[in-house]
Each structure stands twice: as structure tokens, then as C-alpha cells.
Design a protein around this ligand. Structure first.
Ligand code: ATP
Length: 481
């Protein structure tokens, strides 16, 4: 269980943190002074910290600097009364994760702590390579696969990680680009420094610049205080820019200047800020084609592509399938509290014959559905979702809809089958199926245009993206603007 430490001289605030996060299953440590906090950090190595900016024996920033001696990667959130937010902004420049203003809004606190824990996980969970046999697949993440193609990927990681150069990771969606980025970071000389990930496609264009570079108070409507961007916050560390092909052209110029001189200005500011970040980027797009079409700057492309790692699609390394299947079965068993131990031969043949357009993410999602549906220790053919058994009946998004059936017939069949299989997750599975179906259909209607789809669905673009990834929705044509 992750551990949170809250440091504040106000007992009622400490109680609030204890109450809120113990309920969420976290271990909560509390301290009223910086001295006590330091002892707890040294002893318990917490995963996330919340510091008041003013402590009786030290300022929160002094405490942050001292804590960094024990743990350079601990995400620290500051809490401040509105009037002292300048200190909190200063704390961000010292590498704090973020800050919150009093009075505390519990929803915001929870969201921020969740994000900090995710960042901590990305930094700390060790990535192992090629060895799916480690005792529990939950001890960290494993890049599974011993095929020649994956051996080349591991060699490339080993070769480039210790060099302080920018790396471009390429591969279709769901092939493991984020895992490879984390492996490059973890095997680098910067592994003790922070790692921050930004998905360029998930953040609206208007906000991406300030997310990366920060802004000055009054830079635009709504900029009511200075904001420290990721490049400033992460100085000394590594930034992972996912979906770099989606970065707008105007921002590409600013990135280029940063790469040339390791310096930049906040939006609306004149002060030049020096930074020292290693940049890892990833994309599923054809950047050369984009550059030829004038959509991606060649000069930026050359700077980012100092070294590139190409991850092959799953269909080109079917040798890895048995090991991947075994790994994800064990994972699904743990998550769903099931005991599916093996896959029978006919099912394995079907899995091998399928083309895996959504790559490993799709494999993971399909095995989870199959484990959920299965009853007994052997995964049989009829527990697999139809898409694997009859792929021609389920062409991806551009295809015609399948045979008409009334909605209530479909759900009748679904519920009866699950009742027969003695399922204990009918609700969760049903919701997932409905979500997958609705989102896929709307995307088909918009010819894969995600911006139009978000409008029709009435959800945000980041929700859409996370649903696509969570539900393993595969799209042949994606138009993201
Ligand atoms: N070789 C692998 N071994 C084990 N798990 C893997 C492997 N490759 C990918 N995964 C898992 O598959 C899922 C998708 O991986 P990841 O997010 O790294 O893909 P991606 O290429 O970054 O996708 P996208 O382009 O859509 O962002 C993750 O849950 C990841 O842990």
C-alpha cells in the first residue's frame, strides 16, 4: 500500500488527511514539525508528501530541500494559505510536485494525490526486461518478450540509456512505448532525478504551452498567478513527451529553441530560464511524412531523433505470444481473483491467428475479458470475445455495422451467458461492453475524428483517449484535429 506523509502544525488538517486517505487504503503518517517529518521520511520512505509551507521549526521549502537528500524523487505537494502562494510557486522551482490553496477542496486534494502517486509509480516501479517469470507480475512492470525483435529493443535501451541524448521511441499504438521510455529513464544516470510524462495529444493546444513552459501572471485571461511549467520543474530530470507528432507547429518552434539552448521564457514573460532536461519522445505517427507535408519541423525532428528505438507490432513477433499470454493471465487472475491457469490448444491457435491491431494493449484487454468470462482453470475458445474468434465479423472502425439485432436481445444474451458462466462481474463487464460499443460507433460516424467524437459523446478529449486505451478500442483511421 502506498504511504502518504502529511506535515502541518494544524492538528485538524492532519486529521483531515488521515481520515481521507486511510479510507482510500493509504498508510498515512503525520508530523507537526519539519524535524519529525525528516525522521519519518528517512524511516518509512513514503510515496507522496503534503507539506504546509510554514512549519514551526523550518519553512516547507527548507524541508523540501532536506527531504531531497533522502529521496530525490518524492513528489511533494505544498499547502498554502492564499496570501503566501508566492512561496508555493517558489517551491515548484525547487522541484515540488504541485501546490494547493487553503481552504482545502477535498476533491482537488484527492485528485492531486492520485496524480502524484501515478508519477511516483512511473518513476519507482522497476521495469525488468524479457523476464516474464518473475514471481508476481505486480512487483513492477515487465517488458515481456524474448523474440529477436524485442532483444534488439532491449539492446537499444541498454546502449542509449546511459548517454545523455534525446531518444525518439516509435511504434504503433499499444506496443509499449511508455514502458520503453521508463526503462530508458530508469537505466540512465538521471534515474535518481524526477521523470515527468506529458501526453501532447491529451492536453488542449491552448494549455500545452503553459503546461510545458509555464506562464506569468496576466499572460492571458485566467492567468491569475505565475505557473511553473514542466521544463522548469523537472530541471536535472527527464521529460517524456508522448504523442510528439501531435504537438502544434507553433509550439514546435519553442521546443526547438529549448533544445538548441536549454533555455526558454515562460508564456508572457521576458526572463530567460535555464533548464537541463533529457527529452524522450514517442509517437505512432510517420514523422518523416508529416515533415514532408509541413506538419512537423524537420529541424525539430533531427534534434529529437538523435537515437531512435523502433518497437515492432505484435503481429510481427508472434513468438512472444505464449509468454505474453501467460504474463497477462497471471495479472488478470490477480486483479479479478480468478484462477485460470492455462489456455487450451484451439484457443492458442485463435490467439495466434489474430492480427492484434491494438497490439499488446488489446491482448491485455482481451485476456482480461476472457478471464472474467471463464469458469474453470482452462481458458477455452468460447470465453474469448467474438472479435478474436471471428475477426472478419468485427472489422475495425471503417467497416459496416454487423447484423441488426434488437438492443434488448443483445443484453438478454449477454446476461444469460454470464449467469450460466457463474460470473460475479456482470455489471462491470456490461458497462465496459456498452462503453466500447458506443465509443466505437461514434468514432466510426466521425471517420475516426476524435475532436468531433468528443463533442457528440459529450465527454472531454482526455476521457475519450483514456477510454480508447483502457477499453482497447482499435481505430483504423484516426483524425485527431
Ligand atoms: N512488452 C510488453 N510486455 C508487457 N506489457 C507490455 C509490453 N508492451 C506493452 N505492455 C503493456 O501494454 C499496455 C500499453 O503499453 P504502452 O502504454 O506503453 O503503449 P504505447 O505504445 O505507449 O501506447 P500509445 O501509443 O497508445 O500511448 C500497457 O499496459 C503496458 O504495460
Amino acid at each position: 500500500m502506498p504511504t502518504l506523509i502529511a506535515v502541518d502544525d494544524e492538528p485538524s488538517d492532519l486529521e483531515l488527511f488521515r481520515h481521507t486517505f486511510e479510507k482510500q487504503g493509504l498508510t498515512v503518517l503525520t508530523a507537526k514539525t519539519a524535524a519529525d517529518a525528516l525522521k519519518l521520511v528517512a524511516e518509512h520512505k513514503p510515496d507522496v508528501a503534503v507539506f504546509d509551507v510554514m512549519l514551526p521549526d523550518k519553512s516547507g521549502i527548507q524541508l523540501l530541500d532536506e527531504v531531497k537528500r533522502y529521496d530525490t524523487r518524492l513528489p511533494v505537494i505544498f499547502v498554502t494559505a492564499g496570501g503566501t502562494s508566492a512561496t508555493a510557486i517558489d517551491a515548484m522551482r525547487h522541484g515540488a510536485f504541485d501546490y494547493l490553496l487553503k481552504p482545502l477542496n477535498l476533491k482537488q486534494v484527492r485528485e492531486l494525490v492520485d496524480r502524484a502517486l501515478e508519477v511516483r509509480r512511473l518513476m519507482n516501479e522497476p521495469i525488468t526486461m524479457g523476464d516474464a517469470q518473475q514471481p508476481t507480475p505486480d512487483d513492477g512492470d515487465t517488458l515481456v518478450g524474448r523474440s529477436e525483435e524485442m532483444q534488439d529493443v532491449y539492446k537499444a535501451i541498454g546502449r542509449v540509456a546511459p548517454k545523455n541524448v534525446n531518444v525518439l521511441i516509435r511504434g504503433e499504438s499499444g506496443t509499449g512505448k511508455e514502458l520503453v521510455a521508463r526503462a530508458v529513464y530508469q537505466f540512465s544516470d538521471r534515474a535518481e532525478q524526477p521523470f515527468l510524462a506529458v501526453n501532447c495529444a491529451a492536453i488542449p493546444e491552448s494549455l500545452l504551452e503553459s503546461e510545458l513552459f509555464g506562464h506569468e501572471k496576466g499572460a492571458f485571461t485566467g492567468a491569475d498567478r505565475r505557473r511553473i511549467g514542466k521544463f522548469e520543474q523537472c530541471s536535472g530530470g527527464t521529460i517524456f513527451l508522448d504523442e510528439i507528432g501531435d504537438m502544434p507547429l507553433a509550439l514546435q518552434s519553442k521546443m526547438l529553441r529549448l533544445l538548441q539552448n536549454q533555455q526558454f521564457e515562460r508564456v508572457g514573460g521576458n526572463t530567460t530560464i535555464k533548464t537541463d532536461v533529457r527529452i524522450i519522445t514517442a509517437t505512432h505517427r510517420d514523422l518523416e511524412k508529416m515533415a514532408e507535408d509541413g506538419k512537423f519541423r524537420w529541424d525539430l525532428y533531427y534534434r529529437l531523433n538523435v537515437y531512435s528505438i523502433e518497437i515492432p507490432p505484435l503481429r510481427d513477433r508472434h513468438d512472444d505470444l505464449p509468454e505474453l499470454i501467460d504474463y497477462f493471465l497471471r495479472r488478470a487472475n490477480r486483479e479479478l481473483d480468478k484462477e485460470v491457469l492455462t489456455v487450451d490448444e484451439a484457443t492458442m491457435e485463435l490467439l495466434k491467428a489474430y492480427s492484434w491491431p491494438g497490439n499488446i494493449r488489446e491482448l491485455q484487454s482481451i485476456l482480461k475479458q476472457a478471464v472474467l468470462a471463464s469458469s474453470g482453470p482452462v481458458l477455452l475458445e468460447h470465453f474469448l470475445p467474438d472479435i478474436v474468434c471471428e475477426p472478419e465479423q468485427h472489422p475495425h472502425i471503417n467497416a459496416k455495422p454487423s447484423s441488426p439485432q434488437s438492443l434488448s436481445d443483445v443484453w438478454d444474451r449477454f446476461v444469460s451467458e454470464r449467469l450460466e458462466a457463474d460470473s460475479t462481474a456482470i455489471y462491470k463487464e456490461g458497462i465496459e461492453i456498452a462503453e466500447r460499443e458506443i465509443i466505437s460507433r461514434v468514432l466510426r460516424h466521425t471517420d475516426g475524428n476524435q475532436v468531433r467524437a468528443t463533442r457528440l459523446l459529450g465527454i472531454t478529449r482526455s476521457t475519450l483517449r483514456s477510454k480508447i486505451s483502457q477499453l482497447g478500442i482499435t481505430i483504423d483511421t484516426v483524425v485527431e484535429t
